[in-house]
Design a protein around this ligand. Structure first.
Ligand code: FPP
Length: 242
């Protein structure tokens, strides 16, 4: 499915898609393989989805790669994921740059391994001026702590008399979130059937259309994304109006 599906309306595409990439472990276990194989396969799925967004004209993709709660997984799996992020970033950066992808990382990067953090900061700086698809990777991301961080920063600005309490509105608040540059998703896709948000973008998803599929993340190919977009285009977005 390289070309744009003729049954979709280009005018009604989501401009920003977010994904909760769930089911890598189950995908591997079902095949009698180690969970790591599922994560590796999940990277390929993500790479193809990013390319699909570019091919079909979707401007921003946000992916939940590692939550603040994921540190509680077995140490071996956490270490594997950190090495995987480093390796993928190292291997893919030149191609992302060539394709004009603008990379962002959302989350508290400070507890990440220093080499990974440096790589991420360099990748953001290198791609900051790119005009292609915006690729926002949530790493060590938790929505509640993001909201607390925003409150703390705003309180400090009020204390410094840089702002008055009455200056605080939704626009200002959103400027203190990790997504200040990328905005709110139009469509959230969650794979592997779980009906929850798992501390992902709680503020930003206020009016987002949610699509949950039983398909496990490594199997979420263009055909499945096409179904999600068909479903999205069948919805009436009213934003609270009639
Ligand atoms: C959820 O599946 C997946 C993760 C916690 C990791 C997702 C990470 C990737 C796909 C790699 C992304 C790579 C980059 C460079 C951004 P799970 O392990 O929770 O699956 P399960 O629910 O079946 O156990």
């Amino acid at each position: 499915m390289k070309t744009f599906p003729p049954d979709l309306d280009r005018e009604k595409l989501p401009q920003h898609v977010a994904v909760i990439m769930d089911g890598n472990g189950r995908w591997a276990t079902q095949r009698g393989l180690p969970r790591a194989v599922g994560h590796r396969q999940g990277v390929d799925t993500l790479k193809d989805l990013l390319r699909c967004c570019k091919d079909w004209g979707i401007g921003t993709l946000t992916a939940y790669a590692f939550s603040t709660e994921n540190w509680h997984r077995p140490l071996e799996e956490v270490n594997f994921l950190m090495v995987l992020f480093e390796r993928v970033l190292h291997q893919e950066l030149a191609a992302l740059q060539q394709e004009g992808v603008q990379l962002h990382f959302a989350g508290d990067l400070s507890p990440l391994p220093a080499t990974l953090r440096r790589q991420m900061e360099e990748a953001m700086a290198l791609t900051a001026q790119n005009q292609g698809v915006v690729f926002n990777v949530a790493i060590n991301y938790g929505s509640r702590s993001e909201i607390v961080k925003a409150c703390r920063e705003i309180a400090q600005r009020v204390q410094a008399k840089e702002l008055r309490p009455e200056d605080i509105d939704e626009i200002l608040f959103a400027q203190h979130l990790y997504t200040a540059a990328t905005g709110d998703p139009d469509l959230l896709v969650r794979t592997s059937g779980e009906m929850r948000l798992s501390n992902f973008l709680l503020w930003q998803l206020a009016y987002t259309e949610i699509y949950v599929t039983d398909v496990l993340w490594p199997d979420f190919n263009r055909r499945e994304f096409h179904k999600a977009l068909q479903d999205f285009q069948s919805r009436q977005r009213r934003f609270g109006k009639v």
